[in-house]
Write a protein that binds this ligand. Structure first.
Ligand code: PMP
Length: 288
């Protein structure tokens, strides 16, 4: 594997950044997880746009244009012969001193890794997954806004550890008001009648690219798509529930905190949205 760092490609074992990079010292940086299907990078523009939004929020100037970042992603796929895969795009604050001050970091670093991902076992896509709610609250919007896809993922990792201890793969995180925010690495949706609902960004959810695509697909399918504040009670009594993410795609949820959701099997709306999503990923994207 060849890894792109600041305009050059390095063999995997030589792909290194400084221990003084604030990305390592403080988690000061941002990233994107992107997917390639069938020789095209899916929603590349949207991912790069979100990267720039995250950069704006942390006052980091990416030393490339959006077009150059897109070109670097596509080039990394070409160099590695990736036609179907997972791409990690990272911008770190860069090398600085042992103090927090980001102004001491002269030049951000940009890294692109193109590889593979399998987040959850195939069986869960077929039969649905069980999730639990964990005690770790999602970061406050006013502290580290979950909309910023930052290199500091400890909030999510603490929740993931709780999921692991409970013996499940994913977990619901609530915000400090008790509303459902999202999962540790995925957005969450519920279906109730003709309604397709997902928590609003103000509840502490990431502006998921898959979330946005699925909301559009839901509208195409004639569903009423909404973003109200949702509680665990709403999810317990949903007809269907599923998670979305670039890595996860759409995965059905059939049990939450011991409560069976709907029939206990992946539902018809979920199946329909999965099919619509797959046909979109197969046929659209920036050609590699
Ligand atoms: N929420 C969190 C916390 C995430 O890390 C991710 C990405 N893995 C998502 C939601 C899903 O976002 P996207 O659809 O853009 O991958």
């Amino acid at each position: 594997m060849k890894v792109y760092i600041d305009g050059k490609f390095y063999d995997e074992q030589d792909a290194k950044i400084s221990v003084f990079d604030h990305g390592l010292l403080y988690g000061d940086g941002i990233f994107e997880g992107i997917r390639a299907y069938n020789g095209r990078v899916f929603k590349l523009k949207e991912h790069v746009e979100r990267l720039y939004y995250s950069a704006k929020a942390i006052l980091l100037t990416i030393p490339f244009t959006r077009a150059e970042v897109m070109a670097a992603v596509l080039e990394t796929c070409r160099v590695n012969n990736v036609r179907d895969g997972y791409i990690r795009l990272i911008v770190t604050r860069g090398v600085g001193t042992l103090g927090l001050n980001p102004n001491r970091c002269k030049q951000p670093s940009i890294i692109v890794i193109a590889g593979k991902i399998q987040l959850y076992p195939e069986e869960m896509y077929k039969n649905g997954m069980e999730i639990v709610t964990v005690a770790t609250t999602r970061n406050l919007v006013n502290a580290v806004n979950p909309a910023i896809k930052s290199l500091n993922y400890l909030n999510n990792i603490l929740a993931k550890i709780e999921a692991n201890i409970a013996g499940v793969e994913e977990a619901i995180m609530l915000n400090s008001d008790g509303f459902v925010a999202e999962c540790t690495g995925d957005n969450i949706f519920m279906v109730k009648g003709k309604q397709l609902l997902t928590p609003p960004l103000s509840a502490g959810a990431l502006y998921g690219i898959t979330r946005g695509v699925v909301m559009d697909l839901g509208r195409d399918a004639g569903l009423q798509v909404g973003e109200p504040n949702l509680t665990r009670y709403d999810f317990f009594n949903a007809d269907e529930c599923f998670l979305t993410g670039t890595g996860a795609e759409l995965i059905p949820v059939v049990k939450i905190d011991g409560r069976q959701i709907g029939t206990g099997q992946p539902g018809g709306v979920t199946h329909d949205l999965i099919e619509r999503y797959q046909s979109l990923t197969k046929s659209t994207g920036e050609p590699i």
